[in-house]
Ligand binder design. Structure first.
Ligand code: IMP
Ligand code: MG
Length: 173
């Protein structure tokens, strides 16, 4: 049963099926290579845990902590680095994992930051894309679902730190 005040947009079953498909695409694109998977905290944590288990090549995992949403549903252009990766990425293939791309400001900042460490490639995989709100031009290499302009929670995404543990994606009413 959904929580009160939430509309389920993407069910647990649909997420599972799509995550498996994305993992298979990634495995075939990087077949025979080894990659560094970097999850953006905190929103990407659950998605990353599921998608790396669908990857068949060797992966190293690390996390980058950034903050852009200050406890509300209002987006901020200012992105702050809270915690850095420890796995070296120089000369390696990096796959960035994030929960959602909205304005694109955080991913733009993160990509530029990681680029300065000299990886041989950086690709982006997001579970959700809200293209109607994009402010900067970003290539999304792997996309789970395109969603309308609504504030969503669940499967790692929060509202004031709540709802991350819901197994589905829901919109606040
Ligand atoms: P940006 O606007 O693309 O920079 O998005 C920044 C971050 O805001 C995302 O990585 C999410 O963590 C968060 N965010 C954006 N839209 C939503 C939403 O609908 N629900 C929860 N978090 C969101
Ligand atoms: Mg995020």
């Amino acid at each position: 049963m959904p929580h009160q005040g939430l509309d389920i947009l993407i069910t647990e079953e649909k997420i599972k099926k799509r995550v498996k498909e994305l993992g298979e695409m990634i495995s075939s694109d990087y077949s025979g290579r080894e990659i560094v998977v970097i999850g953006i905290l905190k929103g990407a944590w659950i998605f990353m845990a599921d998608i790396v288990r669908e990857m068949s090549m060797p992966v190293s995992c690390d996390f980058l902590g950034v903050s852009s949403y200050y406890d509300s549903t209002v987006s901020s252009e200012e992105v702050k680095l809270i915690s850095d990766i420890r796995v070296p990425v120089g000369g390696r293939d990096v796959l960035l994992i994030d929960d959602i791309i909205d304005t694109g400001f955080s991913i733009k900042f993160i990509k530029e930051y990681l680029q300065s460490k000299g990886p041989s490639s950086i690709k982006l995989c997001v579970l959700l894309d809200k293209p109607s709100r994009r402010k900067v031009d970003i290539t999304v290499d792997y996309r789970g679902f395109t969603i309308p302009d609504r504030f969503v929670v669940g499967y790692g995404l929060d509202c004031g730190e709540k709802y991350r543990n819901l197994p589905y994606i829901a919109a606040l009413q």
